[in-house]
Design a protein around this ligand. Structure first.
Ligand SMILES: Cc1ncc(COP(=O)(O)O)c(C=O)c1O
Length: 318
């Protein structure tokens, strides 16, 4: 992300701002600061418990600032529910209208046919997309460390690759090369298809669980094809961290508890309800994900362990 920002900045020497649709993931925010650019944080708007791109605010900021001073807009496709996929279609048309570059953070979006479809439709409708960045570990079952940058424009690609200093690091390239050779195209496509089916199973099981326990599913499939959020309104605040740590010690490491009122400072920027992608949320909640590599048994084990911990903590309360 930093390399893309620096490459764009070079083409727009008078720019200093990045319009950023808030997502509570530290590295993408830090990439803006590391590129010595100034983030303009655009909060999500909540519609029916769902956090969606605030297009009016984007347009207002573009009109307030000189568009030439905006290095780019950063949108994010893959994120934890209840934050929705950003409205990349409308954002890319804003970028087109005002001639502002558009950088998409597609961290784990390559594993979702829905997200890929959104990106392709956006491009087909002549929306502006400059670079799309995704992590190799999240999409291809390889160790952490690499990213793939996609662009529809070969000149933009050359600019980026010429900006890259040195050869480091070859390891992620070797990892992905070996992995793709061993699973083959069909192996990868099968995993993507399986993930989609298991997401639906997970979603249905959690919906039933939420009904049985008077909790809520805070995410809609069309806005969040990978992650699911479940309210924890019947657990008191002091048990929430415990729930997270009990899941972790039972080797459920991907689930995250988002607790109302958590503050986080990154550099000089303060975020309220950090982790929730929004300063205004109504409930504490748990997010889980059906990511590539998931097995049906993982869902069974999660449901059993989560339910048992939840019931124990809820009983303690009464
Ligand atoms: C939305 C989002 N952006 C960026 C990142 C950072 O990716 P990496 O760890 O490959 O730098 C993550 C990682 O979890 C993420 O979820």
């Amino acid at each position: 992300m930093t390399l893309c920002l620096l490459t764009l900045k070079k083409q727009r020497p008078n720019s200093r701002y990045v319009l950023w649709s808030r997502i509570d993931q530290k590295s993408c925010f830090k990439s803006i600061l590391t590129a010595n650019l100034e983030p303009i944080i655009i909060e999500q708007i909540e519609i029916n418990n769902y956090l969606q791109t605030n297009l009016n605010e984007f347009e207002k900021q573009i009109e307030n600032l000189n568009p030439n001073e905006i290095c780019c807009i950063i949108s994010t496709t893959s994120c934890f529910a209840p934050r929705a996929i950003d409205n990349i279609h409308d954002l890319s048309h804003l970028c087109q209208t005002y001639s502002i570059p558009h950088l998409i953070n597609n961290a784990y979006g390559l594993q979702s046919t829905k997200i890929i479809h959104e990106i392709e439709q956006t491009k087909r409708s002549n929306g502006r997309i400059d670079y799309i960045v995704q992590s190799t570990d999240k999409n291809f079952l390889v160790p952490v460390g690499g990213s793939i940058v996609l662009t529809y424009d070969s000149q933009l690609f050359d600019k980026l690759s010429h900006a890259y200093p040195g050869r480091a690091s070859i390891t992620p390239t070797t990892d992905i090369f070996i992995t793709l050779l061993s699973m083959g195209k069909n192996g990868l496509l099968d995993l993507i298809e399986k993930r989609k089916i298991l997401f639906q199973i997970f979603y249905d099981k959690l919906t039933q669980w939420a009904k049985d326990n008077n909790e809520l599913i805070l995410s809609l499939k069309q806005f969040s094809p990978i992650s699911i959020a479940i309210s924890l309104k019947h657990l008191p605040n002091e048990y929430l961290t415990e729930l997270g740590s009990m899941l972790f010690t039972r080797r459920i490491s991907g689930a995250r508890v988002i607790k109302l009122g958590t503050k986080q400072t990154i550099d000089t920027y303060e975020f309220m309800n950090y982790g929730a992608h929004s300063s205004n949320i109504q409930y504490s909640y748990l997010t889980v994900a059906a990511a590539i590599g998931i097995e049906e048994n993982d869902i069974e084990i999660f449901m059993k362990k989560f339910d048992s911990i939840y019931q124990k903590l809820r009983r303690n309360e009464n």
